[in-house]
Design a protein around this ligand. Structure first.
Ligand code: BES
Ligand code: MN
Ligand code: ZN
Length: 478
């Protein structure tokens, strides 16, 4: 999607954002009769009105205040998704947004909803040309948005497109090696450093969690390290992002039942897609932050050499783990990355992972389950960012008693907790490998849509990325 600011009036298709009927008088493009028609529609509680001037289309979006501003802005994003559908149905290539409402952010969020809803993944479709969306460009009348906002909007949309595409790519393209290559390309495009550890290097480091999960696969694992360090930096010590990079999760020998639970398991690298796309945006926006991101990647498969329930493995940290379920693999690869993160003496570590069905079962597709040891102030900032972006957070407790559920006689820890608190025991497992302020985001419920959800298209959603970018953009500011 192309975004631009118009210096003088142009374009055939216009979307006017209004917050009351009186604003209609400020739209010279409408005749007296059309204004009357629109006023009647508004009186009848319509919020989206189309006026066809034959060759010229005028769209009206009435924004109504909800209880909170962030709820109002989410209705704007959803409205944007509706307008994208209208534009594509009418085969429009461009649209100009005018904001006559009192809510400045309405123009940004409506455009954001349009851009995100306009995403398509057509790489494997022979009829791609026929079904490609017509909408290519969103322009703003110059009062509607600042240059800084335009830049942020454009980079955010691009980053989300990248994240979604990585999730949508199936395993027969996106192996662990290919994922590392894609991340290397993102680094080249945006200007951050990428180092990829291959299998021999992962073995040399003795990253026992990653290697155990990888044993069933004939393809090698990768461990990707990204770093963005601009000249002007406001954080004293680095912020580290960690993303689960299971490029496919069969469950391993503790095989998942097919079909329902395996259908979407190419999306088990959504955390990796999220953090690498976040790095892309951070570098493109030139945020004044020193940020490192880590992606441990492999498939989880039942091969003839696969790790086996009952195995005791030695993790990168030296901790021994009894593997009682090979489907609890995400925490094993993440634990090695979290241990690696200690070398940076980080200010904050955040991980994103499609970690547990329990998180999805608890709150569904309506938000992210989070937990962690970060300070309350940081947690509050995350909550605020989650609300602003409508990628809301539900914090679960990391009480000691949940940690007791990971005790076993034969090793330091076991990799599953039992029937209760599945999202939390997974979090407790990860906590064991941290010695710094840390937050864990379980995105199992939100990262993949089986049906269109407003501006989240079918497949990878990139959900959580806007929340993280909002948090980083406000980082260090009160
Ligand atoms: N990748 C799955 C979690 C998942 C489930 C993501 C559904 C998206 C949708 C993870 O590796 C897993 O299998 N977790 C197990 C853990 C259990 C064996 C303790 C789960 O949640 O069932
Ligand atoms: Mn699993
Ligand atoms: Zn998994």
């Amino acid at each position: 999607m192309e975004f631009k600011i118009l210096q003088k009036p142009a374009g055939n298709n216009h979307l006017y954002i209004i917050d009351n009927e009186k604003a209609l008088t400020q739209i010279p493009a409408l005749s007296a009769e059309e204004k009357k028609y629109a006023a009647t529609a508004i009186a009848a509680e319509q919020t989206q009105i189309t006026i066809n001037q034959y060759g010229k289309l005028i769209f009206l979006q009435l924004v109504k205040n909800k209880k909170t501003e962030y709820q109002t802005l989410e209705t704007c994003r959803k409205a944007g998704a509706d307008w994208a559908a209208v534009c594509n149905k009418q085969k429009l290539q461009d649209i100009v947004i005018h904001n006559l409402s009192a809510l400045h952010a309405a123009a940004y969020t409506i455009a954001e909803g349009m851009a995100l809803a306009n995403y398509q993944f057509l790489k494997y479709r022979s009829d791609a040309r026929k079904i490609t969306n017509s909408l290519k460009s969103i322009a703003f009348e110059k009062q509607a948005i600042t240059l800084k906002e335009l830049n942020q909007l454009s980079i955010t949309a691009e980053a989300i497109y990248h994240a979604r595409t990585l999730v949508n790519e199936p395993l027969n393209y996106l192996t662990a090696t290919q994922l590392a290559k894609e991340i290397t390309n993102l680094g080249k495009a945006a200007g951050f450093k990428v180092t990829v550890l291959n299998k021999a290097q992962i073995e040399k480091e003795k990253m026992g969690g990653i290697l155990a999960v990888n044993r069933g696969s004939i393809l090698p694992p990768t461990f990707t390290v990204m770093e963005y360090k601009p000249k002007k930096i406001i954080n004293k010590k680095p912020i580290v992002l960690v993303g689960k990079g299971i490029v496919y999760d069969t469950g391993g020998l503790s095989l998942k039942p097919t079909p329902a639970s395996m259908d979407r398991m190419k999306s088990d690298m959504s955390g990796a897609a999220l953090v690498s796309s976040a790095m892309y945006a951070i570098a493109k926006m030139q945020l004044p932050l020193h940020v490192i991101a880590l992606v441990p990647a492999t498939e989880n498969r039942p091969g003839e050499n696969a790790y086996t329930p009952g195995d005791v493995i030695t993790m990168y940290s030296g901790t021994t783990v009894e593997v009682l379920n090979t489907d609890a693999e995400g925490r094993l690869v993440l634990a090695d990355a979290l241990h690696w993160a200690k070398r940076y003496k980080p200010e904050l570590v955040v991980d994103f992972a499609t970690l547990t069905g329990a998180a999805a079962a608890a709150i569904g597709e309506y938000g992210i389950v989070c937990m962690g040891t970060a300070e309350d102030a940081a947690k509050q900032q995350f909550r605020d960012s989650g609300n602003r972006q409508y990628e809301r957070l539900a914090e679960f407790p990391l009480w000691d008693e949940y940690g007791d559920l990971l005790k076993t006689d034969i090793a330091d820890l076991k990799n599953i907790g039992g029937p209760i608190g599945g999202a939390i025991t997974a979090g407790k497992f990860l906590e064991h490998f941290t010695d710094y302020p840390w937050m864990h985001f379980d995105i199992a419920g939100v990262s993949f849509a089986t049906a269109k959800r407003g501006y989240n298209t079918v497949g990878g959603t990139g959900y959580g990325l806007r929340m993280l970018l909002d948090f980083l953009a406000h980082y260090g500011k009160a």
